[in-house]
Ligand binder design. Structure first.
Ligand code: ADP
Ligand code: MG
Length: 502
């Protein structure tokens, strides 16, 4: 829960799953083993003491085998450790592969890659099988070896004890006692020796568990002030940011968003639009400069109270399994049914609910898969209304709904956004035109900003974008007159060319 987004970018989720499930299990084993070990050691000490009391010469012979057993176990430890780490890694790989496959199953089917996916799984599975099998051989090997070693010890007791009895320096009864008790002595010793391997396995698992727990978050707050009476002023001051070291996304980026202002960000895919939203929500740590909220360093706020004020509708909204109402209620569990219903009604007049089989009680399915992408966006918007944040970041929040619904949503949003600061990342004319200010980004830099009219007049990159992509979305756009005999004029087929935004 405390790791930031860069951690989840770097770690594959399957690996995290196996750390949380199987590695912790192994770690729990270590605790049980340690307790067992303690009782076994106690047993060995008592038995050894008693044997010395009866006959110290014979007891010394029995004890002489102990270092041999320990040596065998220690030699074994080295091999066991490398195979057990290998086995766990192989299992984690299997988990990871299955998980990734599940996530992309429709893509795999679409491109008819089932055979390839199966081959990949077969590969990692076979590797896991081989490693685990080798581990099994090694582990089953240790016990017989230890039994053989201890067998030599028993033989020694039998032989030397027999001679002592013949000498008359020991009674036959004591000899018999030694032979009986020696089993009690060897058994714990062999199991102590073989514990080593399991112990090692548990230790390497615990190393991985603690690596997960102790990983230092990169997003570090220097204070935990409550963000009270947040007005919604945001300022980026000479911010430098890179997801991956050496690949800067933002360099010396400055942008001042005033109270209640609605800023639209436009620019090509990969320009850094979504990144700005993620930085405001503190999903990632920036490397240089400052981000100020109401003039105060963003690093001084308590993350919880900060994020309560930042509402985000991401590019690909994520819904949890449960009903639509559950998902709308997500930010505020105590929201009443009436509030949930009101929020839903404010999005496009609630028309979208009519299409859903059970209205608000419709099941969203795993990851919201039972709803269309557009419907998921509508749920995400309603969710935002329940959250009631001061700052709203809409990341192409209406990209997957039809233009008519979008207009309705826009009307609903306008009332909501009225007194709030909002950042709309958009590619549709409606949103862009309504903005107080349009900021054109290119490769993490602001190339132009101003109102729609001012930017159109200046004839820069925005007017170019507008003329190529946005103009035909305008209500007063008329396709050029065409001579019916000539080649038809190239009327844009799609409202959204593939290379723009996303
Ligand atoms: N999680 C990530 N890890 C590494 N690089 C990323 C990550 N997310 C985005 N980027 C890179 O950062 C740049 C800006 O991305 P983004 O802000 O999402 O662009 P857009 O303007 O399309 O929203 C892109 O070059 C992208 O490849
Ligand atoms: Mg984006």
């Amino acid at each position: 829960m405390r790791r930031d987004m860069s951690f989840f970018d770097e770690q594959q989720s399957g690996r995290i799953v196996s750390r949380v499930t199987s590695d912790t299990d192994e770690f729990a084993n270590v605790v049980t083993l340690t307790l067992n070990l303690a009782s076994q050691v106690l047993l060995v000490v008592f038995v050894a003491g008693f044997l010395f009391y009866r006959n110290w010469k014979l007891a010394l012979i029995a004890l002489a085998m102990a270092p041999v057993i320990m040596a065998v176990a220690l030699a074994f430890r080295k091999i066991a450790r490398s195979t057990s780490t290998g086995a766990q890694r192989a299992m984690a790989n299997v988990n990871k592969t299955i998980q990734e496959t599940m996530r992309g199953i429709s893509v795999a089917k679409n491109f008819r890659q089932e055979a390839q996916v199966y081959r990949e799984f077969d590969d990692v599975n076979r590797q896991a099988y081989d490693v685990t099998l080798r581990q099994g051989y090694i582990y089953s090997g240790i016990f017989p070896i230890l039994l053989i070693v201890s067998g030599f010890g028993t033989v020694a007791i039998l032989y030397f004890g027999g001679r002592l009895v013949v000498d008359g320096s020991m009674s036959a009864g004591d000899w018999y006692l030694f032979l009986q008790v020696i089993a009690l002595f060897w058994l714990p010793l062999t199991s102590i020796a073989s514990f080593w391997s399991q112990f090692q396995q548990g230790l390497s698992a615990s190393e991985r568990v603690f690596a997960l727990i102790d990983a230092a978050p990169r997003v570090v707050q220097i204070a935990d002030d409550e963000l009270v009476d947040f007005q919604g002023e945001i300022e980026f001051r000479h911010v430098d940011f890179a997801y991956v070291e050496g690949q800067p996304v933002l360099q010396d980026f400055s942008l001042h968003i005033r109270l209640g202002e609605m800023v639209a960000l436009v620019g090509h895919t990969g320009a850094g639009k979504s990144t700005l939203g993620k930085l405001i929500a503190r999903f990632y740590e920036f490397q240089g400069g400052e981000i100020l909220l109401d003039g105060k360093d963003i690093r001084t706020f308590d993350l919880q109270s900060l994020r309560r004020q930042i509402g985000m509708v991401p590019q690909t909204p994520f819904l949890f399994s449960g009903t639509v109402a559950d998902n709308i209620r997500y930010p505020r569990q105590d929201a009443t049914d009436a509030e949930v219903n009101e929020a839903a009604q404010r999005i496009g007049g609630g028309d979208w609910l009519d299409v859903l089989e059970n209205g608000l009680e419709t099941q969203a399915g795993e990851q919201g898969r039972a709803l269309s992408m557009g419907q998921r966006q509508l749920v995400a918007l309603a969710r935002l209304l329940i959250q009631r944040p001061r700052v709203v970041v809409l990341d192409e929040a209406t990209a997957s709904v039809d233009p008519l619904t979008e207009t309705q949503i826009q009307e609903g949003l306008d009332t909501v956004l009225d007194d709030r600061t909002s950042i709309a990342i958009a590619h549709r004319l409606v949103t862009v035109r309504h903005a107080d200010r349009i900021v054109v980004l290119d490769h993490g830099r602001i190339v132009e900003q101003g109102t729609h009219d001012a930017l159109m007049r200046s004839g820069g990159q925005y007017s170019e974008l507008y003329n190529t992509y946005f103009r035909h979305q305008s209500p007063d756009y008329r396709p050029p007159e065409v001579d019916s005999m000539a080649e038809p004029a190239p009327v844009p087929l799609r409202a959204r060319p593939a290379d723009f935004t996303v």
